[in-house]
Design a protein around this ligand. Structure first.
Ligand code: CTP
Length: 209
């Protein structure tokens, strides 16, 4: 593949439905589309941070390695394959393996910080912000973190009050102003989804011809 991939950024609050929207777009495009999560670029914690993991702010931009994220996207946009780390939420660290991300016609970067870094924003062709009611996000997060991420309900609520909601207000919600499209309710918003797919198919056809 030697055409520069078209980069889509999908940001929004935690558990707002970014992953579902990304996966639905990937399925609907019927061409190769790589999805990368900003969570792959969480920094590993130091041993002392690991001892007090409940007090670590995973929702602050400093928790992410934006230089590495930048380099990975730059390579993909220059048609190079790149090894993306796999993040293990139960151990709060990267696992030992990687995913080989390919420079496909469409690449999606999804995650709470997908639109945060100005250099990354400049690389993104289509910026989407998923906006879901915060009660719904919290309800989904409680279920997900207790069932899939090895947390108990008290730690989920402590983390939400102390870090997740304040970071949403301070860093994530303000990114909405950089987006091209705001999708209320995420993947279940069929009309917004159809409009996005129509737009991407036009892009695809113009690249194919
Ligand atoms: N997080 C955590 N522990 C870690 C690393 C991250 O609890 N070791 C949490 C952060 O608090 C952050 C969230 O993971 O809020 C980021 O993931 P999230 O956006 O919730 O996941 P997605 O699956 O992308 O959410 P969505 O439902 O929108 O798809």
């Amino acid at each position: 593949m030697n055409v520069r991939p078209y980069l889509i950024g999908i940001a929004g609050g935690s558990a707002s439905g970014k992953t579902s929207l990304s996966n639905k777009i990937q399925e609907a495009l019927s061409v190769d589309c790589t999805v990368i999560s900003t969570d792959c670029f969480y920094k590993d914690l130091t041993p002392s941070q690991l001892l007090e993991v409940a007090e670590y702010n995973f929702d602050h931009p400093d928790a992410f390695d934006f230089i590495e994220m930048n380099q990975a996207l730059w390579k993909l946009l220059h048609c190079e394959e790149v090894n993306v780390p796999i993040y293990d939420y139960t151990r709060c660290r990267r696992s030992d393996s990687f995913i080989a991300a390919k420079p496909t016609q469409f690449v999606i970067l999804e995650g709470i910080m997908a639109l945060y870094d100005p250099k990354i924003r400049d690389m993104i062709d289509l910026k989407i912000f998923v906006h879901t009611d915060s009660d719904e996000c919290l309800a989904r997060r409680i279920i997900r973190d207790t069932e899939q991420r090895g947390r108990d309900i008290h730690s989920v609520i402590h983390q939400y009050r102390k870090f997740v909601k304040p970071a949403f207000d301070e860093f994530i919600f303000p990114m909405m102003k950089f987006s091209d499209i705001i999708v209320p309710r995420g993947a279940e918003n069929k009309i917004a989804f159809d409009l996005i797919i129509q737009n991407l198919k036009i892009k695809k056809n113009s690249q194919d011809n």
